[in-house]
Design a protein around this ligand. Structure first.
Ligand code: UDP
Length: 321
């Protein structure tokens, strides 16, 4: 029995592969458009290709005994999705449909899906639960919600089970120091601040200072990538063991930190001073997104092991190298 990881060369995918290979046979499928081959653990088999390519999927599903697919492969930048919606619907929805079609055809029945807090849009609550109404405000969030809805439809009629994991802000690096967060170009707050503190950028721009939050900057819930990786494995084992099926879970720490607080913590951990520029708001950014993860904690015993200091310290160690 093996696990197919689509997008296993990306940030969250590669950290999950690193945890999975300790126990499972792993095949990574990645087209390397945003991922990096060097992030893939050498214990995993690697197939370079597109998940929208039916022939590649036929080949993988006939040559390996795949028990589950973990699906990380997607475009995930809110701003880009507003500029280029078709790219998001083509890659995040269209290609995923090809994958699901081939899973059904080959009788592969377990699916773990990377979803996002962006499915909630601008929530009317300080603490988002899975019952909070979904109302995405950009094509990225909509593309993810569409697949969530399709999964529920499939599970109604096929021998098919899924877990949807709605990530809040993934951050941090693997404890081995071998892999960490890397995007090209980088747009995420923590890597940008750390790159600046390492002298790789002139300054940090804070996008918006008049949000309705305590200090006026956006509040997010940062969760360590290894905690996310472990939630995937618990979800898979919960489904394979017959404990759960067809579930949606939030994954966050349950604590919100503002952009200013993140910069402050990065300065403390690095011992360096940042140059900060207060800039205009970025399109599509909600003021505050904080998760309740009580549901996965109650049903699967998942609890985050890392706090904000651990997240930034691990990221600093990786970026410094
Ligand atoms: N942010 C910022 N400056 C940057 C990058 C991000 O002020 O250079 C803010 C962004 O507006 C958001 C928060 O930091 O409020 C987290 O952004 P990120 O892109 O890391 O994650 P997102 O919440 O968009 O998934």
């Amino acid at each position: 029995m093996a696990i197919l990881v689509c997008g296993g060369a990306g940030y969250i995918g590669s950290h999950t592969v690193k945890e999975l290979v300790n126990t499972y046979e792993v095949i990574v499928l990645d087209n390397l458009t945003t991922g990096f081959e060097q992030l893939i653990d050498p214990k995993a088999a690697f197939v370079k290709g597109d998940l929208g390519d039916p022939a590649i999927l036929d080949d993988i599903f006939t040559t390996h005994d795949i028990d589950a697919v973990f699906h990380f492969a997607a475009n995930s930048l809110v701003g880009e999705s507003v500029e280029n919606p078709l790219k998001y619907y083509r890659n995040n929805v269209g290609a995923t449909l090809v994958l699901l079609d081939k899973m059904i055809e080959h009788g592969v029945k377990r699916f773990i899906f990377s979803s996002t807090a962006a499915t909630y849009g601008i929530p009317d609550t300080d603490m988002i639960t899975e019952k909070t109404k979904t109302n995405p405000i950009n094509p990225y969030g909509r593309s993810k919600l569409m697949i969530e809805q399709i999964l529920a439809d499939l599970a109604n009629v096929h021998d098919f089970q899924y877990v949807v994991l709605r990530y809040f802000n993934a951050a941090g690096a693997h404890e081995s120091g071998e892999i960490g967060e890397s995007h090209d170009p980088e747009s995420h707050l923590i890597p940008i601040v750390l790159q600046h503190l390492l002298g790789q950028r002139d300054k940090i721009s804070v996008f918006g200072t008049d949000y309705e939050t305590a200090d006026g900057t956006c509040v997010r819930d940062y969760i360590h990538v290894t905690d996310l990786a472990r939630a995937h494995i618990l979800s898979y084992e919960g489904m394979a063991g017959g404990k759960i099926a067809n579930k949606t879970y939030n994954l966050g720490n349950g604590a919100g930190y503002s952009v200013k607080e993140i910069i402050e913590t990065c300065q403390q951990i690095s011992g360096k001073e940042a140059v900060v520029d207060y800039a205009a708001k970025r399109a599509g950014d909600p003021a505050a997104l904080v998760a309740s993860s009580d549901k996965i904690s109650e049903e699967l015993g998942w609890k985050p092991a890392f706090n904000l200091n651990d997240i930034i310290s691990s990221a600093w160690a990786w970026h410094s190298n």
